[in-house]
Design a binder for this molecule. Structure first.
Ligand SMILES: Cc1cc2nc3c(=O)[nH]c(=O)nc-3n(C[C@H](O)[C@H](O)[C@H](O)COP(=O)(O)OP(=O)(O)OC[C@H]3O[C@@H](n4cnc5c(N)ncnc54)[C@H](O)[C@@H]3O)c2cc1C
Length: 485
């Protein structure tokens, strides 16, 4: 493996997570970040249980969990805020070992990631360092970095570059990739407020399906609350936050009870990059895809990206796999990004289109309600869709079709009398799980586990061995006796 560190461009949540995951695989990392300090304002407010497993792999899940709270679910409301449909999520840990949905203040998450990065010797973060040019040959990439304080440019060579530099990605432009647009951009007001007293609201996400004033609302953490409302044509943030409009948007909460932390316009986009890999340069997170935030999955997609690309990159750099392994990254991740973007667009259409509130008022409730559960069920089910048959997933046979390409569940297990989470037993590399609950790790370690909930027993059924990739996706299954694969 080359001694030069991999360069991660961007110290947002996706870049910092990528750095932590690389370091756990023994890969040195140089993170280059244009800004002098982290972005202080909240964007993401929701994390699902699969994403928590990525944070767990990066070593920060417990610290982040201490700063989140479980999300009660999703409610669809009409224009008069009557509940059209409600989809609950259990506050306790589910099949992935974490609550199905959690509410989070993005700066809290980034603070925990930054603290973990600072404590990791294999990672160096340079702030005020803007990447301005890339030049690659077969063996690596020369990265030109501008020191924003001194104005001096220097060149750094890396075996690979991960472009985690957000929606307006410089890396994407420098490698000649571009965004394909999947839908019309939409202007929305994002309003964050704080209240000293707890507001009397249901602790989940509310989507107001009213074509005249579609809106989203949710309590976050630490007395913070988020409203998002679509801006009408020509309307400014000032217009939308004028006293009468604000009163209607926040109803039934009295605007006098809250302190407005910020009111800003965001353009919600649905886009996917055409190429996620050009040679040794790879894109992840918002640099690779952008989704309207209605299902709270933009950052979640990015964290899943790096959970996958990092093990592939580490294997290629260590000479354990051919360079072509990196081509499977976009092939495996893009369908999921597109699927979630489609669900977000559907939910957006349900909220904004077709005069649904009018339909309800006119009594044509049934037609509306028939559409709602399907969309809302999709919106609350953010499971990564099963990967297709390919070089890294063997879905042949009935059991293969059932399990291969999906995430292994993560119950609590017991090892030598100690309770722990399954992923922590599986380790950072490939692993096998046998029917009699022996974990064989890539490093040769064998660990006997107990399964107090019985979930793993039921899941593995009569299979002899299940092979699991480092991103916890089932690679293949085998019937017969539980010998070595
Ligand atoms: C209103 C709103 C609500 C949202 N809600 C959710 C939600 O509930 N759940 C969810 O999962 N997601 C949500 N998202 C999306 C989420 O916030 C983003 O997907 C996430 O922040 C993207 O992370 P990232 O690390 O890819 O990019 P960013 O956080 O944008 O980080 C990119 C970093 O790269 C740096 N950079 C850029 N160019 C260069 C360069 N040339 N050189 C060096 N550094 C550079 C930038 O300064 C920045 O720090 C929401 C977004 C919005 C706007």
């Amino acid at each position: 493996m080359s001694d030069a560190p991999v360069i991660v461009v961007g110290a947002g949540p996706v870049g910092l997570t990528a750095a932590l995951l690389l370091a756990r695989r023994g890969v040195g990392v140089l993170v280059l970040e244009r800004h002098g300090s982290p972005y202080p304002l909240p964007r993401a407010v929701h994390l699902d249980d699969e994403v928590f497993r990525v944070l767990q792999a990066a070593g920060v899940a417990d610290a982040v969990a201490a700063r989140t709270r479980p999300m009660a679910g999703l409610r669809l409301l009409d224009g008069a805020h009557r509940v059209l449909a409600e989809f609950r999520r259990a506050p306790s840990a589910g099949a992935n070992g974490w609550p199905q949905g959690s509410l989070v203040h993005q700066p809290d998450l980034e603070e925990e990631l930054a603290a973990a990065v600072a404590a990791t010797r294999a990672i160096t973060v340079v702030r005020g360092a803007e990447v301005t040019a890339l030049d690659q040959d077969g063996a690596g990439v020369d990265v030109t970095v501008l020191d924003r304080d001194s104005g001096v440019e220097r060149s750094v060579r890396a075996p690979a570059v991960l472009g985690c530099d957000g929606a307006n990605s410089t890396v994407r432009a420098l490698v000649g990739a571009s965004m394909r647009t999947l839908g019309r951009p939409d202007r929305w007001l994002v309003l964050d407020v704080r209240s000293a007293d707890e507001l009397p609201v249901w602790p989940g996400v509310h989507q107001v399906c009213d074509s005249r004033q579609p809106a989203t609302f949710m309590p976050v953490t630490g007395g913070r609350y988020r409203w998002e409302g679509r801006l009408r044509s020509g309307e400014t943030v000032e217009d939308a936050t004028a006293p009468e409009r604000l009163r209607r948007l926040l109803a039934p909460v009295d605007p006098a009870r809250v302190e407005v932390l910020r009111a800003v316009e965001y353009i919600f986009r649905a886009q996917v990059a055409d190429r996620w890999r050009v040679g040794r340069v790879l894109l992840a997170g918002d640099a690779a895809h952008l989704t309207p935030p209605f299902v709270g999955q933009g950052m979640g997609l990015g964290l899943r990206d790096v959970h996958q690309v990092v093990w592939k990159l580490a294997d290629v750099l260590a000479g354990r796999a051919a360079d072509s392994l990196l081509d499977t990254y976009q092939a495996e991740r893009e369908p999921h990004a597109r699927a979630l973007i489609r669900v977000a667009q559907l939910l957006g259409a349900l909220m904004t289109g077709g005069g649904l509130a009018g339909d309800v008022v006119r009594g044509r409730v049934l037609a509306v309600l028939r559409r709602i559960p399907a969309v809302a069920r999709l919106a609350t089910d953010s499971r990564t869709p099963p990967l297709r048959q390919g070089p890294l997933v063997d879905r042949r046979g009935r059991a293969g079709r059932r399990l291969a390409g999906t995430l292994i569940p993560q119950p609590d297990v017991v090892v030598e009398g100690r309770r722990c989470r399954l992923d922590d037993v599986l380790g950072d590399g490939d692993a096998e799980l046998t029917r009699d609950l022996l974990v064989r790790r890539a490093d040769g370690t064998e660990i006997r586990i107990e399964d107090p909930s019985g979930l793993l027993h039921r899941w593995i059924g009569s299979l002899a061995v299940v092979r699991i990739r480092p991103d916890r996706i089932v690679r293949s299954v085998r019937r017969g006796r539980g010998g070595r694969h």
